[in-house]
Design a binder for this molecule. Structure first.
Ligand code: ADP
Length: 281
């Protein structure tokens, strides 16, 4: 992909290097900038890049579906208000509703709790030809579950390896896994929560429970740090995406999704008939 095609001043490798966590690397969030102004310094350019990428993603999704051999899974994780919904809207807006399946993972139901924690997740993995987006994911089972002590610590401890094995299984079976951790500052979260209180149209988004989680900020950061260190693998690396600016977050994620689809390089299947030999009366 050329720089011109992206419409921005930085090459893809520089961008990816800035956000991708190497396997087993310690990657404390504290040391990572939630703004990263050097990545897409210009808002207008970022918005143009996003528009171009979203179009390209839509076009390639069509081929992915026609080919029906592989799937792409995009995992979005991040603390409340980090912009998981906004990312879905911003990046996959141009895709037809038939090609993209979004699954939001909330508190598990009774039924879900009566199975192993990956049961509901595996069921939601996109089938061949689809792009699947997870708004929260199996990682809640080593995040909220760990922070709030919803399962025994020893059980949570085993999950990192189980998750790595699960994702390896998926990648070996035709599902490319992309994982984005949306990284915002505590200050930015305060602003976004305050907006939800100030704007009557956003009251529905405000959940007093979010304040409980905010009070546990440091515990969440520690749980995220462990997750990033133990579950960023060669087959499914984590990308810590600066998310204090929504437009930069969207431009970065769309660039990675686009590049990933380009590397998957789906192809339209060959017709099993000779179209020239067919006459339509
Ligand atoms: P969101 O906050 O993503 O807009 P909700 O208000 O439905 O959506 O919140 C989902 C809630 O479900 C979050 O508080 C999240 O921590 C919780 N949750 C998700 N997965 C699990 C899980 N496996 N166990 C316990 N709680 C979970």
């Amino acid at each position: 992909m050329s720089r011109q095609a992206l419409g921005w001043r930085m090459d893809y490798d520089t961008l990816d290097h800035a956000i991708r966590i190497a396997p087993k690397a310690k990657a404390p969030l504290k040391g990572r900038d939630p703004l990263c102004e050097h990545l897409f310094p210009d808002k207008q350019e970022a918005e143009e890049a996003l528009r171009a990428d979203a179009k390209a993603i839509d076009a390639m999704q069509d081929v992915l579906w026609a080919e029906r051999k592989r799937a792409l899974l995009v995992v979005l994780q991040g603390i409340d208000t980090s912009g998981k919904d906004g990312t879905v809207r911003g990046v996959f807006n141009s895709c037809g509703p038939l090609g993209v399946a979004v699954t939001a993972f909330g508190k598990p139901s009774e039924e879900e709790l009566s199975h192993d924690y990956l049961w509901r997740v595996h069921k939601a993995v996109p089938k061949r030809g689809m792009i699947g987006v997870f708004n929260r994911s199996h990682y809640e089972d080593v995040l909220v579950v760990k922070v709030r002590g919803l399962a025994p610590a020893a059980e949570v401890e085993r999950r990192y390896e189980q998750i790595n094995a699960f994702e390896k299984h998926l990648t070996e079976n035709g599902v490319t896994v992309l994982k984005f951790m949306l990284h915002i500052s505590k200050d930015e979260q305060r602003k976004r929560l305050q907006e939800r209180l100030d704007d009557p149209k956003k009251h529905w988004k405000f959940n007093p429970g979010d304040l409980e989680d905010r009070a546990l900020w440091d515990d969440y950061v520690a749980a995220y740090d462990t997750m990033l260190e133990r579950c960023s693998t060669a087959h499914a690396p984590w990308r810590v995406t600066p998310a204090d600016k929504k437009w930069r977050r969207n431009a970065i994620i769309s660039a990675v999704v686009r590049r990933t689809l380009e590397e998957m390089n789906p192809a339209y299947p060959k017709a099993e008939f000779d179209p020239k030999a067919i006459t339509i009366e």
